[in-house]
Design a protein around this ligand. Sequence first.
Ligand SMILES: Nc1nc2c(ncn2[C@@H]2O[C@H](COP(=O)(O)OP(=O)(O)O)[C@@H](O)[C@H]2O)c(=O)[nH]1
Ligand SMILES: [Mg+2]
Ligand SMILES: [Zn+2]
Length: 300
Amino acid sequence: METIPGRVIRLQSGFYTVQTDQGVVVCGLRGRLKRRTVQEEVVAVGDQVEIMRLPEGSGMIEAILPRGKSLSRLDPQPNGFYRQILLANTDQVVLVFACTQPEPHLRMLDRFLVVAEKNEIPAVIVGNKVDLVGKEIARDIFSAYPPLGYKMLFTSTITGEGIESLKETLGGKVTALAGPSGVGKTSLLNHIQPGLGLKVREVYERQEQKGRHTTNVREMFPITGGGYVADLPGLRSLALWDTEPEELDGYFPELRGLVADCQFNDCTHRDEPGCAVIQAVEAGSVDPDRYESYLRLRFG
Ligand SMILES: Nc1nc2c(ncn2[C@@H]2O[C@H](COP(=O)(O)OP(=O)(O)O)[C@@H](O)[C@H]2O)c(=O)[nH]1
Ligand SMILES: [Mg+2]
Ligand SMILES: [Zn+2]
């Protein structure tokens, strides 16, 4: 029997909706695939699979392709760590904040960036509602980020500024979207594609209230012309779930290269003598707010 390639776009109680060239097929999973060899999610949204079509229109997942970069977290369990895949084969994380209304919460942005860095997934920052402050002030608010290598877009659903760039950024890619409530995520997606914003179920706030119990993405949504977008569950506690304090400086691009120059090789960069990070902050080459985010994440 011929199999056809596809991508899992939805999980619902034991069934998997798979997008293929021949349309959407609701699939079951072959029993032999359920036997795990590693402590990891067997099937996640974003997985690339091979399916067999069944006569009555449904299908069967016959193979799951090796995953690329995925957003994941390690869940401590009595018998060891279990890797929960939030979104498989994630090409990028798009972090949406408003330039104002609500005021951008840059500590939260830094926390999201740590998650992206840890998962080795490129991050794009969107400063929405640029119409309310103007480009100059907007650039100033987010000035710390472009020098670190993060792509930065300024958008407005009122004037249409930046919408084309955002559309291009999302095209053909699997995007995990995140950002606080009220920043304009739904409005932006609806401008990219009518109805898209309404389809993307936002789980951010609900997950925030539940605290640490982050769940997987249950569904991602196709973008006409290629690509998918999924709303990422709340990340308030996600940044630190399985991050050792000592590795945190490695997730700040501007600190990464400095730590080798600290006098002590176990330097925490808080108050040690001969700390290259502290010296860089004092010299103005490391942004003090970013450094503050590092300290908060490391020491609470
Ligand atoms: N001034 C301005 N308001 C916006 C913009 N985008 C969204 N809004 C408004 O911000 C509020 C929240 O937008 P919404 O898309 O629901 O945000 P979400 O919670 O992130 O999905 C709504 O009242 C929108 O009309 C923008 O670019 N400029
Ligand atoms: Mg919304
Ligand atoms: Zn140091």
